[in-house]
Design a protein around this ligand. Structure first.
Ligand code: PEP
Ligand code: MN
Length: 339
């Protein structure tokens, strides 16, 4: 439930309410708005009784959150959350572009790609060192060596690093190198990994599982938030449907739906969402027009030679064109009326 404090409440009044919540064995999550403080109360639902709190001094209202996700809900926090990733602010109203290869393959490949995407205007560099592959015979990633190469690319280009972590036992290792830790679609339901990431002290990019409902997606975010990690960025990357001409069906409905129901930023990955390099640019434009806070795009200097996902990777020229066009869409949708 949510406790709305009066605009006249002092920090002492808020502390008093929090003390009462903790006495009852419940957890308090503070959200300080411009006008007033809102306290999210989380815990055993049998202990959540409105009257326990509504009579406390300077409590203005006590509202039950009916959705199964609480801290992720717009009811809990009205203002949009902005996630700071190495100085890049995701969700601040400006489009964030994360770009790079599917997998880190070599020093030369990652450094070349990092320079290309930075020069075209990308904000962050992506690259997988630990790869969740469908086939056990496919390239599984360079592991820690890949992380080291990503750190080298950051040093050289100044771009923050986004990379996937697959195992809870590897969270500390990946967190030493990454600025934004990616949870892949296959691991969205891995609650042990989510719990390990909730205390990691770095933001998390949570990709939607290909069969997850919006409720399930936000419940996974809730695991991160309830464990104390407020830096959660959602990512729509396509779902499994009956169509076979694309790898997945990019569910752009999800973008405005998340904006209604949650305060968390959401980005779109049209590379995995389509699986086809020739569809990535138009679907990127559509994602920005739908209100996405950012894009994640696979780029490779020579897609034909890529160790993974070459068929959906953009060439440097295609990526430069994409940046040009998505910026134009961004300007068009943020222009004041009549401009
Ligand atoms: C990726 O981003 O490289 C990736 C494996 O994505 P997903 O988990 O969405 O398949
Ligand atoms: Mn990929």
């Amino acid at each position: 439930m949510i406790i709305v404090m009066s605009a006249r409440a002092t920090p002492e009044d808020v502390r008093h309410v929090v003390g009462r919540i903790e006495e009852l064995g419940l957890k308090a999550h503070l959200s300080k708005g411009v006008e007033r403080t809102i306290i999210g109360v989380i815990g055993d639902e049998r202990l959540l009784k409105k009257e326990q709190f509504s009579l406390l001094p300077l409590v203005e209202d006590v509202i039950p959150i009916l959705k199964p996700y609480k801290l992720a809900s717009r009811e809990f926090k009205r203002e949009n959350t902005v996630v700071d990733v190495a100085g890049v602010k995701i969700g601040d109203g400006r489009l964030t572009v994360i770009a790079g290869p599917c997998s880190v393959e070599s020093e030369e490949q990652i450094l070349t790609t990092a320079r290309i995407v930075r020069n075209a205007g990308a904000d962050l560099l992506r690259g997988g060192a630990y790869k969740p592959r469908t086939s056990p015979y496919a390239f599984q990633g360079l592991g820690e060596e890949g992380l080291r190469l990503l750190a080298l690319a950051r040093e050289e280009t100044g771009l923050g690093i986004v990379t996937e972590v697959m195992e809870s036992s590897e969270v500390d290792l990946v967190a030493r190198y990454a600025d934004l830790l990616q949870v892949g679609a296959r691991n969205m339901h891995n609650t042990k990994l989510l719990r390990a990431l909730s205390g990691v002290g770095k933001p998390v990019l949570l990709k939607r599982n290909f069969s997850a409902t919006l409720n399930e997606f936000l419940m996974s975010a809730e695991y991160l938030l309830s464990g104390g990690n407020t830096g959660v960025v959602l990512c729509e990357r396509g779902i499994r449907t009956f169509v076979e001409y694309t790898r997945n069906t990019l569910d752009l409905n999800l973008v405005p739906a998340v904006k209604l129901l949650s305060h968390l930023p959401i980005i779109v990955d049209p590379s995995h969402g389509t699986g086809r390099h020739d569809l990535v640019l138009p679907m990127s434009r559509a994602a920005v027009a739908a209100g996405a806070d950012g894009l994640m795009i696979e780029v490779h200097p020579h897609p034909a030679d890529a160790f993974s996902d070459g068929e959906q990777s953009l060439t440097p020229d295609m990526f430069a064109q994409l940046m040009h066009e998505v910026k134009a869409v961004e300007r068009a949708i943020t222009a004041p009326a009549g401009a």
